[in-house]
Design a protein around this ligand. Structure first.
Ligand code: G3D
Ligand code: MG
Length: 182
């Protein structure tokens, strides 16, 4: 008899200051391209992408959540059930890096027990960089349950897929572990 395999469907939040490249990153990952003709995210935009990890197919539901301050009360309503959060800052704007602590805290408070991945985006703008790689690595070590620091470019596609797959793999391993204990 064929045994039905569990279906893995993971909700992932994408958080960070406005204009750090959240929508560009998820568009790059899901549609494989960089586009300038989308609207500024208002509220929340859900994206879905299937990926294969080893022999297991999983679906990542990525919630692109607006970074504007005025959405704060609304925002946390969308956090429920998330398995992980991608924290994004812009390598060319130091304030977006410093604000990561607040984003981490906001998600940690509302979304419960989950993983984090820290992304420094726009690494194609090499001569405008304001944050050193070692500072990103250091922050990833400081943030609770942060699995890694990865520098990406939504423009060139550099390490974008790798970042989401790394996080998906971490969640999958943890969920499979839970299933073994049922
Ligand atoms: P957000 O969803 O976090 O608010 P967006 O950010 O994805 O809307 O991106 C904000 C701006 O940064 C956009 O430019 C976008 O084209 C640009 N951007 C996003 N990712 C990258 C990247 O990796 N490299 C470079 N060079 N630019 C990027 P505009 O001009 O439309 O404001
Ligand atoms: Mg956006």
């Amino acid at each position: 008899m064929l045994q039905s395999r569990p279906k893995f469907n993971f909700k992932i939040l994408l958080l960070g200051d406005p204009a750090v490249g959240k929508t560009s990153l998820v568009t790059r990952f899901v549609h494989g391209k960089f586009t300038k003709d989308y609207l500024v995210t208002v509220g929340m935009e859900p994206y879905s992408q299937h990926v294969k990890i080893g022999s297991t197919s999983i679906t990542l539901n990525i919630w692109d959540i607006a970074g504007q301050q005025e959405f704060q009360s609304l925002r946390t309503l969308f956090f429920k059930g998330a398995k992980a959060t991608v924290l994004v800052f812009d390598l060319t704007r130091r304030d977006t890096f410093e604000n990561i602590y607040d984003w981490h805290q906001e998600s940690d408070k509302s979304a419960g027990n989950q993983f984090f991945l820290l992304i420094g985006n726009k690494n194609d703008l090499k001569d405008q960089r304001k944050v050193y790689r070692r500072e990103g690595n250091q922050m990833a070590r400081e943030l609770d349950r942060c699995i890694a620091y990865i520098e990406t470019s939504a423009l060139t596609g550099h390490r974008v897929e790798e970042a989401f797959i790394k996080l998906g793999t971490k969640i999958l391993v943890s969920e499979e572990e839970k299933l073994r204990h049922i």
